[in-house]
Design a binder for this molecule. Sequence first.
Ligand SMILES: Cc1cc2nc3c(=O)[nH]c(=O)nc-3n(C[C@H](O)[C@H](O)[C@H](O)COP(=O)(O)OP(=O)(O)OC[C@H]3O[C@@H](n4cnc5c(N)ncnc54)[C@H](O)[C@@H]3O)c2cc1C
Length: 564
Amino acid sequence: MGTHEVTNQVAPLVGHNLYSRDRTLVEAVRREGAGWAEAELARLGGLLGGEEAQRWGFDANENEPVLHTHDAAGNRRDEVVFHPSWHQLMRTSVEARIHSLPWVEARAGAYVARAGLLMLTAENEPGHCCPISMTFSSLATLRTDADLAREWEPRIVAASYDPRFRPASEKSGILVGMGMTEKQGGSDVRANTTRAERMGNSREYLITGHKWFCSAPMCDAFLILAQTSKGLSCFFLPRWKPSGERNGFFIQRLKRKMGNRSNASSEVEFAEAWAQLVGEEGRGVQTIIEMVNHTRLDCVIASAGLMRQAAVQAVHYARHRRAFGKRLIEQPLMQNVLADLIVESETATLLMVRLAKAFDARASDEPERGFARIVAAIAKYWICKRAGMQIGEALECLGGNGYVEESILPRLYREAPLYSIWEGSGNVICLDILRALGKKQGQRRDAENRGAASSAEALIAEMRLGAEADPRIKTFVSEAEAMLVKYGRLGSEVDGALAEREARRLAEKLALALQASLIVRYGSPAVADAFCASRIAGDSGYTFGTLPGGVATGGILEACPSFK
Ligand SMILES: Cc1cc2nc3c(=O)[nH]c(=O)nc-3n(C[C@H](O)[C@H](O)[C@H](O)COP(=O)(O)OP(=O)(O)OC[C@H]3O[C@@H](n4cnc5c(N)ncnc54)[C@H](O)[C@@H]3O)c2cc1C
């Protein structure tokens, strides 16, 4: 049917290589030792910026997964059925080895390379990144148990996506999820009531209880926490028993979430589910913590991806939409907003890659181990918090079109708060920063003391690297260091409640000091100047688009080839 002529509507951004066009990411990947992965990054960036993969993202979210608790005869089925686009997304990510890269490619830069791959993937469709991330992270814990790792790792790291609901032994590749959160508490997992009964003298147990949030329940196995007589312990719980029967793992219902619709998050009951102990009985939190640390890294990576996509979409729209006789991008106030969004995205990318580099180096480098420990928490807090605000503003750059699903912005916006909640909500993460700094000095053991000292020293060293480049940063870093002294790191004892009450202020200060140090060394001078003027010298307002008068906002848009 013929219709009226359409003018001044912006064509979707299709055929944009998510990797090659992101100069900041490209340079960071090269700088941090992952140049060997560039061909794969460019291939994936091209695929995910193309129309077909974009369609997978929309289709997987418009066609929600369906839980089938029973079959026609009334038998338990406990299966979630996904749209084919979900499987395309999963297959693409598994074949790109985003679920396994550093575990199979033990070479320098593997974490950075994978961070790049995951960031690109989150830009297109973040929902399916959840099982990819949990599978990747599970190996950090599973490897603490040589027997379990020998048995399960080959199928976990396989670059083969096999969605069939069959025993793991019959599959070419498997996925692993996690179950910690219960109805009575997620942050304080010591409140878990799920019980584990030992079978004879073996490392096999029967698990009875529930998990209030269990994402991606079609994973083939889960790392979970349950109580034994010795306390909270970690278990590996597959969906099928070694005998080939289904395990006592029942999906009660799917969560009706605010965020993505593509991934299923569920409530599950365990009825004498067969599981194997991982690590020592009674040390469940210490055993699963490495999985948690890896998923925190992924929250940072995915958030940086969402922010990048949001900023790119906003700039693309403003380049083509006209209002009041000019393109939006030529309007001075819109330039201020867009420039501010870019500043936020660029500094998020830089901090994310720096953290991934620390994960790469931490096995053999003590300062990097300390850096990774504390910056995983600082970056998780700050970048995940900023994502929601930045994306909300980017959405508005498209006016009413930004509020409409086809623009992708609503999907990004709904997803953003998840990364701030999951694996440690904001407050819990800030308290973890205090823990990493070793506030409770008298009560710690020597190893913990050394770890805390090394975290603080590595943090200060990194912040100081940028201090000489700009007097504003120098002053800011001195203030950050004074806060570290105040909160106990450098020897003084402080009131615990005071430190806790102000922990968000500390987290924010440390995050900004780190971002300043990175942007002044590795970013474009225009972006670095805007960051220092607004975030470091404090000459800005409470919303995006409040960069001060002296900042060359138009220059930021011009100086950022990746946003053209
Ligand atoms: C979509 C989605 C998927 C999820 N998937 C999984 C999964 O697969 N597996 C899994 O185990 N969990 C999963 N979770 C659960 C998630 O990890 C928890 O929701 C999160 O850890 C917070 O726990 P909670 O909801 O029990 O909140 P609570 O622990 O009750 O916390 C509520 C609030 O209190 C704050 N708070 C807690 N303690 C303190 C304190 N001491 N001082 C100050 N403030 C404090 C928290 O920061 C938070 O803001 C998922 C959550 C979501 C939303």
